[in-house]
Design a protein around this ligand. Structure first.
Ligand SMILES: *Cc1c(COP(=O)(O)O)cnc(C)c1O
Length: 392
């Protein structure tokens, strides 16, 4: 399995046919408690001298299958599942970085991660230095002798900024800094950060891995010592474990990940190029266009494609609102990564409470539309976008 194609891996990831009577679908273990044969076994499992399950917050066989699956897909040593992407991110950060140490992170990225970083600074004194992550050298320049973690999000939400994974990993290794990369947008189909030397990969499984807009989940994959610490301190002490029923849904989603991503990639590529040649559109954010900043870096670390996310700027709040009010096939919603196409207008939704100046500082222009391009027929999608642009 280790050397097979991602198309093959996605279908088989996490399944051990020598278990569970050969069931081709991992059974859902609706169990929070696991009994021991005797006191010796109880002691050995509790103290992790031998592998085994004992309590649902720390592990469950269905969840373990999902954890094995994400490790296989990401080409990483170990995996860990959570109830949401934020549970995974917060556990990874709080089990790696201590009070008095700091983090270097992108100035522009997923808004809740940004809020989390600001929260742990004001409440716990764990400082984050925000940098322009499109320049790998900015991480080196910002790092101090107290820096414990480099956070990366590439391509980033919602601006599709690209960070050089290999370069940042190298800078970190020289200084003993842990790297954490959010791979939600690319998915392991297009990009596997561990192969570039990243220590921990994080996913919102809510998005492409689940893929059907029907669950929330989070995943970590990476170095065994860091993942085990996240399990022993993050999952065990903070909670936030995924339910086995949800773990099963993510496993089912992963079986078609490669097929779905292939279509997300090709649909987004067509949509981005169509938007780029439309004079009603001010700017297109898509890492797969030669004119885009860091296109060469994206090409070097993403393959076979650039993912299903495209953002574009329509100039003003009014035009952004008119666009999202005019789409018919695409849904107006806040998530991404599902089979269905979703549009979002950041200035009137996620960033509505900010002043225009604050939005500008965050790189969110008033007319910015984030488009999660689904797997529908490309002609139907093009027609919907064009008719909506007619109303802008
Ligand atoms: C959605 C998202 C998250 C958060 O994941 P949840 O499952 O909503 O907690 C983190 N990072 C990125 C890039 C996301 O898009």
């Amino acid at each position: 399995m280790k050397n097979s194609s991602i198309f093959t891996k996605a279908v088989h990831a996490g399944l051990d046919r020598s278990e569970n009577h050969g069931a081709l679908s991992v059974p859902i273990y609706n169990a929070s408690v696991f009994a021991f044969a005797d006191a010796d076994e109880a002691a050995a499992i509790h103290n992790e001298v031998v592998p085994g399950f004992y309590y649902g917050r720390i592990g469950n066989p269905t969840t373990a299958a999902l954890e094995a699956a994400i490790a296989e897909l990401e080409n990483a040593d170990a995996g860990l599942a959570f109830a949401s992407g934020m549970a995974a991110i917060s556990a990874a950060i709080l089990t790696t970085v201590k009070v008095g140490e700091n983090i270097v992170a992108p100035r522009s990225g997923y808004s809740t991660t940004q809020h989390f970083l600001k929260f742990i600074e004001t409440e716990f004194g764990i400082q984050t230095i925000f940098v322009d992550a499109t320049d790998a050298g900015a991480y080196a320049d910002a790092a101090t002798d107290r820096t414990k973690m480099f956070l990366i999000e590439t391509p980033s939400n919602p601006l599709l900024n690209v960070t050089d994974l290999r370069e940042v990993a190298e800078i970190a290794k020289k200084r003993g800094i842990v790297t954490l990369a959010d791979n939600t947008f690319a998915t392991p189909f297009n990009q596997r950060p561990a192969e570039f030397g990243i220590d921990i990969v994080v996913h919102s499984g809510t998005k492409y891995l689940g893929g059907h807009s029907d669950l929330t989940a989070g995943l970590l994959a990476g170095r065994t010592d860091l993942i085990e610490k996240a399990r022993q301190k993050g999952a065990k002490l903070f909670g936030g474990n995924i339910a086995p029923q949800v773990a099963w849904l993510v496993l089912r989603g992963i079986k078609t990940l490669a097929l779905r991503m292939e279509r997300h990639n090709s649909n987004a590529y067509v949509i981005a190029n169509m938007l780029a040649s439309d004079e009603r559109v001010y700017k297109v954010y898509y890492p797969g266009m030669p004119s885009y900043a860091n296109y060469e870096i994206a090409k070097g670390q993403m393959a076979p494609g650039f993912g299903g996310m495209v953002s574009f700027d329509l100039g003003t709040i009014e035009r952004g609102r008119a666009f999202v009010n005019s789409v018919r096939l695409c849904a107006l919603a806040t998530s991404l990564g599902g089979v269905e196409s979703i549009v979002q207008h950041s200035a009137s939704m996620t960033h509505a409470t900010l002043s225009p100046e604050e939005r500008e500082a965050a790189g969110i222009s008033d007319g910015l539309i984030r488009f999660s391009v689904g797997i529908e027929d490309i002609e139907d999608l093009k027609a919907d976008i064009l008719q909506a642009l007619d109303n802008v």
